[in-house]
Design a protein around this ligand. Sequence first.
Ligand SMILES: [Zn+2]
Length: 415
Amino acid sequence: MAGFFDSKEAMDPEERAALQDACVAKMAEEGYGKAPGFRALLKGLGIEPAGIRTAADLEKLPVISREKLVQMQIAEPPYGGLKGGDADVDRVFISPGPVYEPHLSETDHLWARAYHAAGFRKGDVVVNTFSYHMVAAGLTFHGGLRSCGATVVPSGTSGTQVQVELIRDIGVTGYTGTPSFLLAIIRKAEDMGYDMRRDFRLKRACFAAEPLDPSLRELFENRYGIETYQIYGATEVGDVAFECREKSGWHVCEEVLVEIVDPATGRRTPPGEAGEVVVTRFNSVFFLMRFGTGDLSRIIEEPCGCGRTSVRIAGVLGRTGDAVKVRGMFIAPSQLESLHRRFPEINFQAAVGRSGHADVLTVRIESDEAGLRALQDRFSEAFRQTCTVKIDRFERAAPGSLSGAKRLVDERLRS
Ligand SMILES: [Zn+2]
């Protein structure tokens, strides 16, 4: 079992499948008894809890997207009736939407498998550059690193100079955050006259919330001597999958069930075909079964050289829905519609593109030069408040050119 977080990771696949069936049945039964929203969902479908006894039975339930979850929470605040009535919740996290998520547990070791597989151990000192404010990332990643024994520097969203000083002064050995922010930190360090290999002890990085471009991975590993790993999850369901030393696909965590489904039908795609990543996290707090991440992936069926027997998924291949991730944060169409309600006279479109290794958010507005100048600051501020993402640049669009166009478009090309 050397190298695994626990023996579950080497479980016989048939044993795991039986265990997952039992977890699905338990969660359906418990949710029906404790969570009024989940009970109403099953009753609406004419399904008894005993009708959900295996992982395959999950296909009887609808996929719940982030947008759908927002609607459910608006109808029945704050959790859409999906929280167990007797569940003791220590924290509430907020995602753009807004979506309110009860933290599942303080002792659930979220992200521990992922950080363990990435090699974090006691003796490591890690800067956690994810935000600790409102969102789940900062605190849950922090907990995962602690579960591996690492010391955490909660540097959060501090600027690059502060991060460089922390890495230098504390002798930081590890980084967790987005790849683009690590690149910005390295550039800053170089501007300050440092040599990453000579002057720092940073040797391991674990990325989430943003795709890792292969060229950027090569730069980190070969030029700067920093081992890189990717970890994957969502606030609604916690950690979902992670890379092992083979760096060939992402192992699905033992506490979740991943289905790859056709986004149009909610039914599983044939093995190996791409579809939406749909996640059920086994727990007794938040009865969100079949959360639709909106991410596209496919299952890798071949066994992995690391010895873990869990299913792997082939990274994130793209987005199924209209919600788009910018620098690790989702922008949902519902947010842009609420912005439109504040500026009903303005016809605009938000477009996410890529420049080098960074996401670029462009907003196109139907206006003349003077009108755009007059509007920019006020619009930028409102956009930042609503979407928690900063606009990088504005473009002027010809009158009428955006009518009927999508409010939000993803113009990044996948490699
Ligand atoms: Zn592996």
